[in-house]
Design a binder for this molecule. Structure first.
Ligand SMILES: CC(C)(COP(=O)(O)OP(=O)(O)OC[C@H]1O[C@@H](n2cnc3c(N)ncnc32)[C@H](O)[C@@H]1OP(=O)(O)O)[C@@H](O)C(=O)NCCC(=O)NCCS
Length: 159
């Protein structure tokens, strides 16, 4: 059974390990993460991270943040990190995290949850669509990944 809880600072190494295990150029335009890097060292706050646990083990996470720190944009939160351990994918963990993120965003007063996803990331796109997200914009050829132009999609869900 999967439990969802807020992260705490001690989860950092497990969260970095998830980033390392799930990274590919289909999933992220950033370079491969350094396994020795500190997850919470770059300004991420534990209270913005939801952690999925199975059998006492961290198997997934989702991170929320406010993309534009202006009062006029305070009703919008963004998902800026989602990963499920490859050994636990396809069992509903990603869906649990996204649904809990929608509840948490509503609790924080948001009326819209947005995100960006690379066009070739079909599994993530299907997950978001099945959780109520729609494509609001396409950034054509936004990234050059493995020598090819790749579109980035803006998706959002009304809360
Ligand atoms: C995307 C990701 C988080 C999905 O997590 P998951 O736990 O496997 O997803 P779930 O089991 O909850 O599946 C939910 C839905 O997602 C879609 N989905 C998940 N994996 C899929 C796959 N391999 N192919 C097609 N659709 C898939 C399906 O619509 C699925 O619903 P269904 O089971 O009713 O068919 C996971 O594959 C992952 O960590 N990928 C690498 C990191 C990543 O891409 N992050 C998103 C960056 S924007």
């Amino acid at each position: 059974m999967t439990g969802i809880r807020p992260a705490d600072a001690r989860d950092g190494p497990a969260l970095t390990a998830l980033d390392v295990a799930t990274w590919s150029p289909r999933v992220s335009p950033a370079p491969a993460p350094d396994p020795a890097s500190s997850f919470f060292g770059g300004g991420h706050r534990p209270e913005d991270v939801l952690v999925a646990e199975r059998g006492g083990r961290v198997v997934g996470y989702l991170m929320l943040h406010q993309p534009v720190p202006l009062p006029s944009h305070g009703h919008v939160l963004e998902v800026n990190g989602l990963a499920v351990d490859p050994g636990h994918q396809g069992r509903g963990v990603g869906r649990r995290l996204v649904e809990e993120a929608k509840r948490e965003a509503r609790r924080r007063g948001a009326r819209k949850l947005s995100l960006r996803v690379l066009a070739p990331n079909a599994s993530a796109r299907r997950l978001y669509e099945s959780c109520g997200f729609v494509v609001e914009g396409v950034l054509r050829d936004e990234f050059a990944l493995e020598g090819r132009p790749v579109d980035d999609l803006l998706m959002a869900c009304a809360l």
